[in-house]
Design a protein around this ligand. Structure first.
Ligand SMILES: C[S@@+](CC[C@H](N)C(=O)[O-])C[C@H]1O[C@@H](n2cnc3c(N)ncnc32)[C@H](O)[C@@H]1O
Length: 346
């Protein structure tokens, strides 16, 4: 279904100079759906428009999940709603989508986008919840289990591109990194709590950082001299320390951000709980697909599906990971590290 073209806003935020500089002042980035021509131009340049997220491996996900009219699908990581929209369309007529996301900032926007598509009333139920709590959601929404489950792990482009969320280092922002800013503590506070050995373990386990000990010492040494409270301050410390190691310092920066983000949001604990709960959430013949973006995630998914197959929970699982085509990777470089696995409930 096509969305009606919304009207452009009458007033733009005020800013100094010809173009807005600060992310908060940019108006197209906050309402990309109102500027389809600009969005198309950005996409044709192989980039993701800020304020949007390009869903990855959509046709492959639809192929492995095989949605049919009347089925109940769960999108555990709603994000911008791209995969959800495809699933919702594919289970019509008569099907339902249950959507989950921890992010209280993006979820209402995704909800408005999905509702604007005009699917039948009652076909969409959204919950601002961690997918570790999927059994609790389903106890109310679909006690007999569901037909399809999708999880597209990690961050959305909207989260990465908004400097106020503190996930990225291209623009400066508070060193926060919480997907739900109302829960837990920001990454800067986590640094104050961690001992060197603890930070080294996070860097090694969450991001396979080969120089974890040295990097942890550099980060906590700098944090003790002057608390690291912005993303650029942390990136600068990691970059300077990593200049002594072989390999590009930017990779060490990316790994350090990944390691902290996973710790701040308890991502591995949530994924482990979700993987344990999955067989109990699917009907017989139900399908699950999981998109992961780094080895820590993919290892867990591969192990859980393999063990589930041995234990008789799954009738079949993906033999190999499914990767984006060269064309999709070129078209959307953010898809490059994606790995898709699926399983079918016995
Ligand atoms: C890669 S994005 C999903 C993009 C989405 N598939 C789309 O088409 O727009 C990941 C989303 O999952 C959410 N998320 C990450 N971990 C989560 C968890 N444990 N429970 C619920 N949501 C989570 C993030 O807040 C983010 O919005």
């Amino acid at each position: 279904m096509d969305e009606p073209a919304p009207e452009k806003p009458k007033r733009r935020p005020r800013y100094r100079g010809k173009n807005p500089r600060a992310f908060a002042e940019k108006y197209k980035e906050h309402q990309p759906e109102l500027y389809p021509d600009d969005v198309a131009k950005v996409i044709s340049g192989g980039k993701t428009p800020a304020g949007a997220h390009r869903p990855i491996l959509v046709s492959e996900i639809l192929r492995v999940l095989g949605p049919r009219p009347g089925e109940v699908a769960v999108d555990c990581t709603l994000g911008h709603g791209g995969h959800a929209r495809a699933l919702l369309g594919a289970v019509q007529p008569g099907g339902r989508l249950i959507g989950l996301d921890v992010d209280p900032i993006e979820l209402p926007k995704a909800e408005a986008r999905l509702l604007a598509l005009g699917f039948p009333a009652g076909s969409i139920a959204l919950h601002r919840t961690n997918f570790a709590a999927l059994p609790r959601v389903l106890a109310a929404e679909a006690p007999g289990g569901v037909d399809l489950i999708l999880a597209d792990l990690g961050l959305s482009s909207m989260q990465v591109d908004d400097p106020s969320r503190g996930f990225g280092f291209k623009l400066d922002g508070p060193l926060d990194m919480r997907m739900n800013p109302a829960r837990g503590r920001p990454a800067s506070a986590l640094l104050s709590e961690l001992a060197e050995s603890g930070l080294a373990r996070l860097l090694a386990e969450n991001a396979d950082e080969p120089h974890a000990r040295d990097l942890a010492a550099a980060i906590l040494g700098a944090h003790a001299r002057q608390p690291l409270v912005t993303t650029r301050a942390l990136a600068a410390v990691v970059r300077a320390a990593a200049a002594r190691f072989p390999g590009p310092p930017e990779i060490a920066v990316r790994r350090a951000f990944q390691a902290l983000r996973i710790a701040v949001n308890g991502e591995f604990d949530a994924l482990d709980a979700f993987l344990r709960a999955l067989p109990g959430c699917l009907k017989a013949g139900g399908r699950v697909a999981i998109l992961s973006f780094h080895s820590g995630e993919d290892r867990r998914v591969k192990l859980a599906f393999g063990q589930g197959r041995i234990d008789g929970f799954y009738a079949s699982i993906a033999d190999e990971v499914i990767r984006p085509s060269a064309e999709e990777r070129r078209d959307n470089p953010r898809s490059s590290s994606a790995k898709l696995r699926f399983a079918v409930r016995a």
